[in-house]
Design a protein around this ligand. Structure first.
Ligand code: ATP
Ligand code: MG
Length: 563
């Protein structure tokens, strides 16, 4: 078994294999991904998407996309569109099977009526506060609602009038009649319907009662013929309720299976918290490249392949854990390393003048796009001239020991070009170096010396005359703490926001081939990391690049296998 197969054999597949052996679902595998359209999808959702679609693919089954749109107040079509777009981008296809829980509002209503008729549901007039108070606690049983023993006729009449809009919000609920003494709080007469006079993004004002998640979800799964309803661990205690509804209603019964949700260090994954970051302008939007949303990660330069690989690598487990952000970045680097064309770009430029290079001369070096891959044949031409830019930090007037880059009196290799030696520095009135003068050695063309002379440092550069300009945005983690919720008293997670999560560099100098950069492609700026064009702010005459990730593999370091 190779690594991939090992990761793929998980407890969920074991359950499915067992069902296939026993014939419980006649060999069918039909999963669903059920997002609530109240926010953008994040990397945690990606794990669930890869799992649901991946398992169905492997078993020759199907996956439905089902919007769990039972809460009209928080939901919006903007979210529906972004969710569809993101799942397609991740590489999954739900075919014609795009469903909405709201499509089943009538079916759900009719089944609720059936439960009332069976004496298994009742209309309750307790206020929300009273319902909570009557529910009891983990150590104390609940108390029965005084409305619990209403007659079937009265319940049917009241429920019909709830639907007809006769009662104000919050004045009544429909509750399942199960067991107020159950050790499982979810079984203490859970609410099935609440009154909410709110416009729904799909059903408009047709309904003023809305079903609760636990009731809507199992019935929706059943209507769609789902076989395996895969959800996150916090629903484990809800499974008895899932089963209770379907058993009492004698409906087709899928199997709910829970797995551990994905958590990542240095970020938050709750949609409520992410919405707060957006609404309070801590980020530029749901697709801010620092967000753990898939829209943000896509804009940042993550590839769907890297995300799918990550989902595979973390696997599925039965207990919650936190995955290191460095692992995600490690998987990303591996992926980008293979697909990113190499380019030269100077982010913080310092002018270099080659005093012995003819002023009107320009030569071009033909350099492969993928120098690390001997199979690859594509290349681009890089212009070279008398005036160049190098990184400010690649020069020091007085270098410390073991500084192998450019310094006054020392020689370095300009990547793919020539050896140069620094002879003079020019400073401004404040003593800042604003220009360095060098001589180049014409005998070192291509970056190799004829006499076998070695230099320790190799630095990148860009022709000053032919450089194109761009804005470059560098990112750090959005939060300074591994666990952003770890706060001092009186603080909240916002106090852990990283003030340095975004650094904007203007007038960066890029080699001319980057004028042909396209949105959606990755480029390795040699020594600086992986970059991509920003899909939102780039426009004609204004290039904006995002740094997807630096080249430093901190995961490898953490594993002690320094790459
Ligand atoms: P939140 O509680 O932040 O609103 P949610 O779980 O309610 O998130 P949904 O839109 O309901 O968000 O999620 C759709 C599906 O994605 C569900 O099946 C859910 O279990 C799964 N999911 C959500 N977050 C994660 C996560 N961090 N890891 C794995 N699966 C997740
Ligand atoms: Mg949810």
């Amino acid at each position: 078994m190779n690594e991939q197969e090992a990761n793929r054999s998980n407890f969920i597949r074991e359950i499915i294999d067992e069902h296939n052996r026993s014939g419980r679902f006649g060999g069918r595998v039909h999963t669903r991904f059920p997002p609530e359209p109240n926010g953008y999808l994040h990397i945690g959702h990606a794990k669930s998407i890869c799992l649901n679609f991946g398992i169905a693919q492997d078993y020759g089954g199907l996956t439905n996309l089902r919007f769990d749109d039972t809460n009209p107040v928080k939901e919006d079509t903007e979210y529906v569109e972004s969710i569809k777009d993101t799942i397609r981008w991740l590489g999954f296809d739900w075919g014609e099977r795009e469903y909405y829980a709201s499509d089943y509002f009538e079916v759900l209503y009719q089944n609720a009526v059936r439960l009332i008729e069976k004496g298994k549901a009742y209309v309750c007039d307790l206020t929300p506060d009273e319902v909570r108070e009557y529910r009891g606690t983990l150590t104390e049983p609940g108390r029965e609602s005084p409305y619990r023993n209403r007659s079937v006729e009265e319940n049917l009449d009241l429920f019909r009038r709830m639907r007809a809009g006769e009662f104000p919000d919050g004045s009544r609920t429909l509750r399942a009649k199960i067991d107020m003494a159950s050790p499982n709080l979810n079984l203490r007469d859970p609410i099935m319907y609440r009154i909410l006079h709110a416009e729904h993004h799909r059903t408009g004002n047709k309904w003023c009662i809305y079903p609760m998640y636990d009731y809507a979800h199992c019935v929706s799964d059943s209507v769609e013929g789902i076989t395996h309803s895969i959800c996150t661990l916090e629903f484990e205690d809800h499974r008895p309720l899932y089963d209770w509804f379907l058993d009492e209603l004698e409906l087709y019964h899928p199997q709910q299976i829970e797995f551990a949700r994905l958590n990542l260090t240095y970020t938050v994954m709750s949609k409520r918290k992410l919405l707060q970051l957006v609404q309070q302008n801590y980020v530029s939007g749901w697709d801010d490249p620092r967000m753990p949303t898939l829209a943000g990660m896509r804009r940042r330069g993550y590839t769907p392949e890297a995300i799918r690989k990550f989902a595979d690598v973390v696997g599925v487990a039965k207990n919650n854990s936190v995955v290191d952000m460095e692992l995600l970045e490690h998987v990303l680097r591996d992926d980008l390393n293979l697909r990113a064309k190499r380019r030269m770009a100077v982010l913080k430029p310092l002018k270099v003048v080659l005093d012995n290079y003819p002023a009107d001369q320009v030569e071009e070096f033909e350099v492969p796009d993928f120098p690390q891959d001997p199979q690859s044949t594509t290349s681009r031409k890089i212009p070279f001239g008398r005036e160049l830019y190098i990184e400010r930090e690649d020069f020091m007037e007085v270098p410390p020991p073991k500084y192998f880059r450019l310094a006054l009196g020392s020689e370095v290799r300009l990547m793919n070009a020539y050896y140069i030696t620094c002879t003079k520095v020019v400073k401004d009135a404040d003593g800042q170096v604003i220009e360095v003068h060098c001589t180049y050695d014409p005998e070192t063309r291509g970056g190799m010396s004829a006499d076998g002379r070695k230099v320790k440092g190799t630095i990148h550069w860009v022709s000053a005359q032919r450089a194109i300009e761009a804005e470059v945005r560098l990112y750090e983690n959005l939060f300074t703490k591994k666990d952003p919720y770890e706060v001092e008293e009186g603080q909240d997670f916002l106090d852990n926001l990283n003030p340095r999560s975004l650094e904007v560099l203007t007038s960066c100098k890029l080699e001319p081939a980057l004028a042909q950069a396209v949105i959606g492609e990755s480029y390795q700026f040699m020594r600086n990391g992986y970059f991509c064009l920003d899909s939102v702010d780039t426009r004609e005459g204004q290039l904006v690049f995002n740094r997807t990730i630096s080249l430093v593999d901190s995961w490898a370091k953490m594993q002690g296998t320094s790459a």
